[in-house]
Design a protein around this ligand. Structure first.
Ligand SMILES: NC(=O)c1ccc[n+]([C@@H]2O[C@H](COP(=O)([O-])OP(=O)(O)OC[C@H]3O[C@@H](n4cnc5c(N)ncnc54)[C@H](OP(=O)(O)O)[C@@H]3O)[C@@H](O)[C@H]2O)c1
Length: 333
């Protein structure tokens, strides 16, 4: 039986989601990859236990994480039941709905019918009474925002979720959604969006500014751009890397010569600071007042330990931040 480390809360930092009372660890772990049917069950346990042993209290899932869709929630539910059940109140567990989950018109996007049925399915897979955060996974141009937000509010009112979240929303739509959720007295606390040195979408689509203005948190997903912002691909594509072992969402052609050149320059800058590129890339995301925490993925426990070093040492100086912007400018244009 797993016994968590007694020192698990000694070094992690926790920050409130915007103006809410809910605190996120500076680093959270996502189960998008490495928790599906093709992954090793014992490794899943090692990943979760390593994370929790170091104060990573937040595990992020979605209905469709796998492969097969749903299997990450199933495996997570089994580990929860077998090993983590005594610690349920120490854990923050999130799931989402918004992408295709089952065939037909009711298994995708943002209808009340889909969102509430999907949450019930997620709870059954994870063997949970409630999740801590239930997200709408993406904006739905064809469903009235009032309907999707009404479903999130219903999820909270029914006790199946404690808080509501929005993922992949832009600033303007988030503000509209926020007003509806306020009217419904629904505790919407957190946005989940991609943000890293190479992906500045939330600076351009208003989400970052809007979250600050509305007092909402941001958890930054893909902070390492799926592994590109690490030393993983500096000398070719390793056989055990995400590009080779999975490749559903990260293809070899993402590694252009231009990108690789910039990644190598970033790696040199990190080396000058005496840290890895992964560490520097996470510090870059964490520097921001608008960001509550980073949401990493990992294929092995050592990566989690390496990434936690981003909590130590000097933050990036103004000069280093400027240098990073100059290096990546050609890729952002
Ligand atoms: N809401 C959304 O629409 C959405 C979309 C995407 C992701 N997310 C969430 O964000 C989470 C994280 O996404 P992500 O996995 O793409 O994040 P990421 O942290 O950018 O990438 C994780 C991958 O980078 C590599 N890696 C991590 N640490 C490393 C290190 N120290 N050195 C070398 N390589 C390292 C590993 O890949 P290898 O396999 O190559 O080792 C790892 O699986 C997901 O699990 C999910 O919860 C949400």
């Amino acid at each position: 039986m797993y016994q968590p480390s007694q020192t698990r809360y000694d070094s992690m930092k926790y920050k409130s989601c915007g103006k809410s009372g809910l605190k996120l660890p500076a680093v959270s772990l996502g189960l998008w990859h490495n928790f599906g049917d093709t992954a090793d069950y014992e490794n899943m346990k090692r990943l979760l236990f390593t994370a929790f042993d170091h104060g990573i209290t937040h595990f992020d899932l979605a209905n469709n994480y796998g492969p097969a869709p749903g299997s990450a929630e199933l495996h997570f539910g089994r580990i929860l039941k077998e090993d983590l059940a005594p610690y349920r109140d120490e854990l923050l567990i999130s799931t989402k709905a918004g992408y295709e989950m089952w065939p037909g018109p009711y298994g995708n996007w943002g209808s009340r019918k889909y969102l509430l049925a999907s949450l019930d399915q997620s709870l059954r897979r994870m063997k949970l009474d409630y999740v801590d955060i239930f997200y709408h996974h993406r904006m739905d141009p064809d469903t009235p925002l009032e309907e999707s937000m009404g479903a999130l509010a219903q999820a909270v009112k029914s006790g199946k979720a404690l808080y509501a979240g929005l993922s992949n929303y832009d600033g303007e739509t988030m503000i509209k959604a926020c007003r509806i959720l306020e009217d419904l007295r629904c505790p919407f606390v957190l946005n989940q969006n991609a943000y890293n040195i190479l992906n500045r979408t939330i600076e351009r689509n208003g989400l970052k500014q809007a979250a600050l203005e509305k007092g909402k948190g941001i958890i930054a997903f893909k902070p390492l751009e799926q592994g590109l912002l690490t030393d993983r691909y500096l000398n070719g594509i390793p056989e055990d890397s995400r590009i080779r072992t999975d490749g559903r969402f990260l293809h070899e052609d993402a590694l252009t010569d231009a990108k690789l050149t910039v990644i190598r320059q970033l790696n040199d800058l990190a080396a000058e600071r005496g840290e890895t590129l992964a560490c520097m890339a996470l510090k870059w995301v964490m520097k921001d007042d608008a960001v509550t925490g980073v949401l990493i993925g990992a294929s092995r426990p050592e990566q989690i330990l390496e990434n936690l070093k981003a909590l130590e040492g000097a933050p990036l100086s103004a000069e280093e931040l400027k240098k990073i912007d100059e290096l990546v400018q050609p890729l952002l244009a």
